[in-house]
Write a protein that binds this ligand. Sequence first.
Ligand code: 9UX
Length: 72
Amino acid sequence: KALSAQFRIGGMTCANCVNSVEGILRKLPGIKGAVVALATSLGEVEYDPSAISKDEIVQAIEDAGFEAEFLQ
Ligand code: 9UX
């Protein structure tokens, strides 16, 4: 069953960053959906916790040069 979680993201300064973060997330296994907002620096992922962990999601974002932290 998919869960939804919000995260705060740092290091995004232009709209292309948003596309790049969303693209990275959507290619990961276990991600059902991903949206990121530049104006609020918030993102939300829908993910399958049996396929990917929050730590792995954070790691993928940080590997791309951004910072990420889940809100809950
Ligand atoms: Mo925009 Mo984001 O030129 O890493 S793509 S700043």
